[in-house]
Design a protein around this ligand. Sequence first.
Ligand SMILES: [Zn+2]
Length: 273
Amino acid sequence: MIIDAHAHFINREIIKNRVKDPEFLKTFQNPSIEEGRKMWLEAMDKNGIEKTVFIALDAGNEDFLKFIESSDRFIGTTNVNPIEEDAVKKLEADIKRGCKGLKLFATSSGFDVGDERAYSVYEYCEKNEIPIVIHFGVTIGRTSDLDLGNPLRLSKVVSRFPKLKFIIAHFGAGFFKEALLLMYKNENVYFDTSGTNNWLEYSPFGWTLKDLFRISLNAIGSKRILFGTDSHRMSEGYRENILKEQMEIVKELAGEEGVEDIFYNNAKKVFGI
Ligand SMILES: [Zn+2]
């Protein structure tokens, strides 16, 4: 069986706080919770996915929380801006509703992950064993502040909170080298492999997806890499192509044991599911 450690369920109610143009919002996909549940369970059954971790776009979103509650195969995360004063309160409310992780959007929410005002969120997460998924690097939002997207901004934090698990999404989305440096001696930092990884088109080193896996496996082994697809559009369906491509690469480079770690065991352990 497989765990997809990074996907989204999105409808207009869930994305409304992130879309500023109301006309654009009207054109956005708008599945009901029941439609989303059905589509996701079908796709998961078809692809041998036991559980999927859904990345939240904000905290306290009733539609998102109800979607998560609609199946025990759906694992939720929440999202806060950790330097805001009520961040811990918002985080705790969603954890009480069953969310198992926290997502931080360093660049698009516009905060520095090393800011000490975020430490109370990190303390809460460490104490309650809540892993933190962070999107560093390039994003779809052109207005995002890339300067805040460097994983090295987390350097003081990962050593200050050694029991807190950080998952860097999309192999660092451009900051692959920096993310790997952060992982040196810091066993609490992980990669997720999710998405198209089309940031590779901007790699000056000519890396391929297979190179990312090969370099990561050499540096950190198979226990700190979590498979994900970043599937998010109903119209596009489940990203089977990403699953197939990554599965083939991992089988070749790391064998069956590597597949079991990256596609199942690691996510199970990190999210406690
Ligand atoms: Zn995502």
